[in-house]
Design a protein around this ligand. Structure first.
Ligand SMILES: O=C(O)CCC(=O)C(=O)O
Ligand SMILES: [Fe+2]
Length: 427
């Protein structure tokens, strides 16, 4: 049996859209009986919203006022509220999709990461949360209610622009790989390293250098797989609705040669040659430890994805370049690019996270269709999509295909990376 997305597909909404705001109003109205005397207002001013959401020239955002059992919701920002926040739409979006559950402090780590990615594109809140715990509780519940419904910005080009990924997209088109600098903090690297080493400890000396199926191994891996910059490059190369193909860590000690020679990441899928000119699979490698010099970095042949074939037997690493990156970087490559890994010469270990993504119609190496319901429920829709829970594959019954999912995939532009609403016009 397939695990279910945490809410019905028809209930999903875009951040700060008219439907999102209507859902917020509906939720608060149904909760208002529990806080009959509440008086509280909050607002957000969101800069650079996706054009398809912004009907006019005025400032974009929302304002919600709760007073005497009534709820007013307006699709524009206002300073005249108890709690106000301003920031870039795409920078704020991941913060809006964090599901806190019963423990508001339990997600501090990922909130800090999203703030790190946002940099100065969001400013701190002005004002205070309501002092009355009952009102604060309803607002917390509202946040999670919306987070479980909030999809990614479907305008991939808009995300590329506002996350500052234009250079990275150009490098992918040119060389087939790119490096996202400062993509996670030192504190996050520490937490990833600790978790990785726990998974690798106590294994037999001849055990695999990989620990696999990470999405069933804890919250930190669930967080990492939906890194907003990585998801944007994955959507760009693979189209929306792409899947997690494999999620694993590698710990490489001195002398260990994990990937001699060269390979393409299409090898396991045995893709027929010539490869299609669109990308089928792409890989994100997180440098939890140093990937420079004699630390055993990945090596790659720039532009080799244009060969559109597997690495022929006997090809060596000669002519490849190493991907030199300090901890906190994420390398991302087109899966048809020829690469390998250099043996580690330095003392100590190289720790890395390898999240590979594939097109929606591909058959991934790892299977998450029966992942624990609790894992899906504590994550936003992007996570359920990556696990293959939203599409129609494998879900046919005796009465035919899953038409709800087929319709959802079509409406959401699965398989496409072009701007929302333009796909049909361009065809
Ligand atoms: O560990 C490395 O340096 C390369 C790993 C690799 O080939 C991959 O993740 O696809
Ligand atoms: Fe590889």
């Amino acid at each position: 049996m397939f695990t279910k997305p945490s809410v019905g597909l028809s209930e999903r909404v875009e951040y700060a859209s008219a439907e999102w705001l209507a859902e917020a109003k509906r939720f608060l109205e149904s909760a208002s009986a529990t806080i009959p005397n509440a008086s509280f207002s909050f607002s957000a001013h969101l800069d650079s919203p996706p054009p398809h959401l912004n009907g006019g020239d005025g400032p974009f955002g929302y304002t919600i006022r709760i007073a005497g059992g009534t709820v007013e919701a307006e699709a524009r920002p206002s300073n005249d509220v108890d709690l106000f926040q301003r920031g870039d739409y795409n920078a704020g979006l991941p913060l809006a999709w964090v599901v806190y559950g019963d423990d508001p402090t339990g997600r501090a780590r990922i909130v800090r990461e999203y703030q790190h990615l946002a940099g100065d594109r969001t400013s701190g809140p002005v004002g205070e949360m309501p002092g009355d715990p009952a009102v604060a509780g309803v607002l917390g519940a509202l946040h999670d209610h919306l987070a479980r419904r909030t999809v990614n910005n479907p305008d991939v080009g808009h995300r590329i622009k506002h996350y500052g990924l234009e250079r990275h997209a150009a490098e992918l088109a040119d060389t087939g790989y790119t490096v996202l600098e400062n993509a996670f903090t030192d504190d996050y690297a520490l937490a990833l390293r600790e978790e990785t080493h726990k998974n690798h400890e106590g294994r037999a000396a001849d055990a695999s250098f990989r620990a696999t199926m990470l999405l069933e191994r804890g919250l930190i891996w669930e967080e990492a797989v939906i890194h907003p910059w990585v998801l944007t490059l994955a959507d760009h190369l693979l189209g929306r609705g792409n899947l997690i193909y494999q999620s694993d860590t590698i710990v490489k000690g001195p002398g260990l040669e994990t990937h001699p020679g060269l390979h393409s990441d299409y090898a396991a899928s045995m893709v027929e040659e010539p490869f299609p000119d669109f990308c089928l699979e792409a890989t994100a490698v997180w440098a939890i430890d140093d990937f420079r010099g004699d630390c055993g970095p990945t090596c790659i042949v720039p532009g080799s994805f244009k060969e559109r074939r597997q690495v022929p037997p006997g090809v060596t690493q000669e002519g490849s370049v190493t991907i030199e990156m300090p901890p906190g970087c994420i390398a991302f490559w087109h899966g048809a690019t020829w690469h390998g890994s250099t043996p580690r010469k330095a003392a100590g270990k190289r720790t890395s996270l390898h999240n590979a993504y594939s097109r929606n119609f591909m058959r991934p190496i790892e299977r998450y269709e029966e992942i624990d319901q609790a894992i899906v429920d504590r994550n936003p829709p992007v996570f359920s999509t990556l696990c293959g829970l939203d599409d129609a594959f494998g879900k046919s019954g005796l009465m035919g295909a899953d038409f709800e999912r087929l319709g959802y995939a079509a409406k959401s532009g699965y398989g496409r990376s072009r701007a929302f609403g333009t796909a049909l016009l361009e065809d």
